[in-house]
Structures are given as C-alpha cells and as structure tokens.
Design a protein around this ligand. Structure first.
Ligand SMILES: [Zn+2]
Length: 190
C-alpha cells in the first residue's frame, strides 16, 4: 500500500458510521440513579463511611443529590471525623449530616413528594423520619449492612407503618467506570 492508498484507507476508517439502531450497552435508569448516588459519595470527606443519595421524581428526573458531610459552615478541618472517642463531642456523630438529609434539602424542586430516593446504605432512623416527612414514597438501597442495628430496625418499622416501599438494588454491572477518554469524540458524527 502506498502512502496515498494508506491515507484513503485511514480516512475511510475515521468516517462516522451511519448507525441506524440505538446502542445496547447504555445504562438503565436505576443504574444511572444509583451510580449518581455513588458519584456523590465520592465527595464525602468521611474517612470511614462514604454514602451518597439521589432523589428522583416520577418523570425520572433527578431533583437532588447529597452525601454525608459536616453542616455548611462547620469546617471539615475543625470538626472531628473520629468514631470511638471518650467524649461524644469529639466524634463525628453529633455533627455529620447524612446523605439522605442533604439530598432532600438540596432539592431543586418545590418538594420531593412521591419521589424515590436511591441511597448506598439503608437509611438510619433519623433519615427515615426526614424521608417520611418529605413525602418520599420509595427507598432503593444497595447495602443493608446495619440491618441488625436498632436504628435500621426502627427505620423499617416506620417505613412499614406509613407504607414507604423499600427494596435492595442488585446491580447488573458491578462496575460503572467513568473514563474521560472512553468516548471517542473523533469517531462521532458531526
Ligand atoms: Zn441517616
């Protein structure tokens, strides 16, 4: 192949494909929302627990995201992140806002009535109360690792009493990779 032929072959290869059918390897809505919750969790400064949440309305629109963190204005540097301290004032628990609370308060809609919340970890009793009071009707969680704790048992008792549906999300893909070089912009149609 001489140079001209090579160039012609290359330009043929880089020509955008005129594909008539949709992609099949796109992520579905549930994956998208749980992945969004997990991406939000990546913002957390908590060294031992990163939780994210994503609130979605009936039209599959995201109306709020959040992750566990210190209240606005309470410095991540000054407030404690520890768990086992002599005084409760020196550990994180009295201060940290959970992901669910933040996702609900961060809403960009008038309210979150009838919405679904996607969250990495089953909500604690304090978040369950906020979820109930906000009008959210469904909870989708990935992990229930604290199922034995009174906080989780109390959450489920409240959710059952008010008819909030909750179910565990089983990911069909264990990994969803965000790779900025993944999409070949040059191969795309203009
Ligand atoms: Zn909570």
């Amino acid at each position: 192949m001489d140079l001209a032929e090579k160039a012609a072959a290359m330009s043929l290869e880089s020509k955008p494909k005129n594909v008539q059918t949709k992609r099949e390897d796109y992520i579905d809505w549930k994956e998208y929302f749980m992945a969004t919750a997990f991406l939000a969790a990546k913002r957390s400064k908590d060294p031992s627990s990163q939780v994210g949440a994503c609130v979605v309305n009936k039209d599959n629109k995201i109306v709020g995201t959040g992750y566990n963190g210190m209240p606005i204005g309470c410095s991540d540097e000054e407030f404690p992140w520890g768990k086992y301290t002599e005084s409760p004032l020196d550990s994180k628990y009295l201060y940290v806002c959970h992901a669910e609370m933040n996702a609900i308060l961060n809403k960009n809609a008038a309210d979150v009535k009838d919405c679904t919340i996607y969250v990495g970890l089953f909500p604690c009793n304090e978040c369950a109360k906020i979820i109930i009071q906000s009008g959210i009707k469904e909870v989708v969680y990935l992990s229930d690792k604290h199922a034995h704790k009174p906080e989780t048992i109390a959450s489920k008792r409240m959710f059952d009493a008010v008819g909030i549906k909750y179910w565990q999300y089983k990911p069909k893909n264990q990994r969803i990779v965000i790779d900025f070089s993944d999409i070949d912009w040059n191969a795309m149609s203009p």
